[in-house]
Design a binder for this molecule. Structure first.
Ligand code: SF4
Length: 408
């Protein structure tokens, strides 16, 4: 690489970069455009309000939502409750808070090109000559996958400070939906180690593809040959293993996972190879599911565009309008009661508890909605109208986390 072009990597893309370098850096070291890390409308509203609260000590949800055309004021208020609570605890640690502060690293020179890390710290404050503290508000549902993004902010701040050897930087990531925050300490040593890893194990491997569950958010998902090979190899090995040579890696994987799963017990399930294979199978299942969803969508879009598509069995694939006759329960009830008992009628109807509670809450103003929902729920429970149905589904959860017994 001989030119002086400096490619900018956003902090919000760093976790994707560490997962699989080519998902962020393309040919010639050019950083791919990826909007996945950009804030959605809700994030923009909450960040603007949080900044105002920190700078002015007050904020107005309604006017900010109106200004940005965002309708769900209740959701914004819920998240802002935790901004206020956490900031009131944290403000002592931020002697000179600056909001929405843009931070940039020095240029990082590598054989693959010259790079700079950039980000916007939601709140940043210097602490003495060699210290700093920053905070990042998270409005989404995930409370993991931000390790390298946070390192990126700390690294930029360290660079802005002139890379002092006794630097101590605190990073706070606040998960507003989950109502907790994590504090991570960064030192010159940990930041130099991260920089080494970034240069030697990440930026120097722009041609090393690492398919995984992160593929589903990748900007080159549809064209990536590594991901396609992973998906097609897995599908083939699952469907027709004997059509593959005995030493095919996908066939060997499926055989290994099948035999290990057959032998797993509660006592040996924590073995590293079992953990690795379970994770590998899970991400492959997700890739295959996405491939199936994409194929279904492709068929649908094609038929929408060109009309029915002939099939080799003499039939054709077509979009057919399904006409459903929808019953108005208010008008129907007097007629139905002449023919059926109440138990028989309601047996045929499906009333959704969440939508009934939302309907009730919709009659109240903000601040009263929650109480209205709770009151209706209490009365329904007292009348014995709510039955809790338990079912099981596969989910990724934190080790040792308590199972919530709250119905959804
Ligand atoms: S699709 Fe997967 S393997 Fe391919 S570049 Fe993206 S993250 Fe890497």
């Amino acid at each position: 690489m001989t030119n002086d072009l400096v490619n900018v990597i956003r902090c919000s893309n760093l976790d994707a970069l560490f997962d699989c370098t080519p998902s962020v850096i393309g040919d010639g070291g050019l950083v791919r455009i990826n909007t996945a890390g950009e804030q959605a409308a809700l994030g923009k509203v909450v960040h603007a309000l949080a900044g105002r609260y920190i700078e002015e000590g007050r904020f107005e949800v309604k006017s900010e939502c109106n200004r940005r055309g965002f309708e769900d004021e209740e959701e914004v208020s819920g998240l802002m409750n935790y901004v206020v609570r956490s900031w009131d605890e944290l403000r002592r640690s931020f002697p000179n808070p600056q909001v929405e502060r843009v931070i940039k690293s020095n240029v990082i020179e590598t054989p693959a090109g010259n790079f700079r890390i950039e980000g916007t710290a939601d709140v940043l404050s210097a602490v003495g000559d060699t210290g700093a503290v920053f905070a990042d508000w998270k409005t989404g549902y995930a409370d993991d996958g931000y390790h390298n993004q946070m390192f990126g902010y700390a690294y930029c701040i360290w660079n802005v400070m002139g890379r002092p050897e006794n630097a101590e930087i605190l990073g706070i990531v606040a998960f507003l939906r989950h109502r907790y925050y994590r504090v991570v300490k960064y030192t010159a040593k940990t930041l130099a180690e991260w920089e080494y890893d970034l240069i030697h194990n990440v930026l120097s491997r722009v041609n090393v593809y690492r398919p995984g569950k992160h593929c589903t958010h990748c900007p080159i998902y549809h064209t990536c040959d590594a991901r396609k090979a992973e998906t097609s190899g897995t599908v083939q090995a699952l469907m027709l293993p004997n059509n593959l040579p005995a030493n095919d890696p996908y066939r060997k994987f499926v055989e290994r996972v099948t035999s290990l799963m057959a032998s797993v017990t509660p006592d040996n399930k924590n073995q590293p190879d079992m953990i690795e294979l379970t994770s590998q199978l899970r991400f492959r299942v997700k890739l295959v599911e996405k491939a199936v969803d994409d194929a279904r969508e492709l068929l649908r879009k094609t038929v929408e565009r060109v009309g029915p598509m002939p099939l080799d069995n003499g039939y054709e694939l077509a979009l057919r309008e399904i006409v459903q006759r929808v019953l108005d329960p208010v008008k129907a009830i007097t007629v139905l009661r002449k023919h059926l008992s109440d138990a028989e009628i309601f047996d045929c109807m499906k009333a959704s508890l969440p939508s009934l509670l939302a309907k009730k809450a919709g009659k109240f103003t903000r601040g009263e909605k929650k109480a209205a929902r709770e009151q209706l729920e209490k009365e329904l429970e007292a009348a014995g109208a709510i039955t809790v149905v338990r079912r099981k589904r596969l989910e990724e959860v934190e080790p040792g986390s308590e199972q919530s017994n709250e119905p959804e």
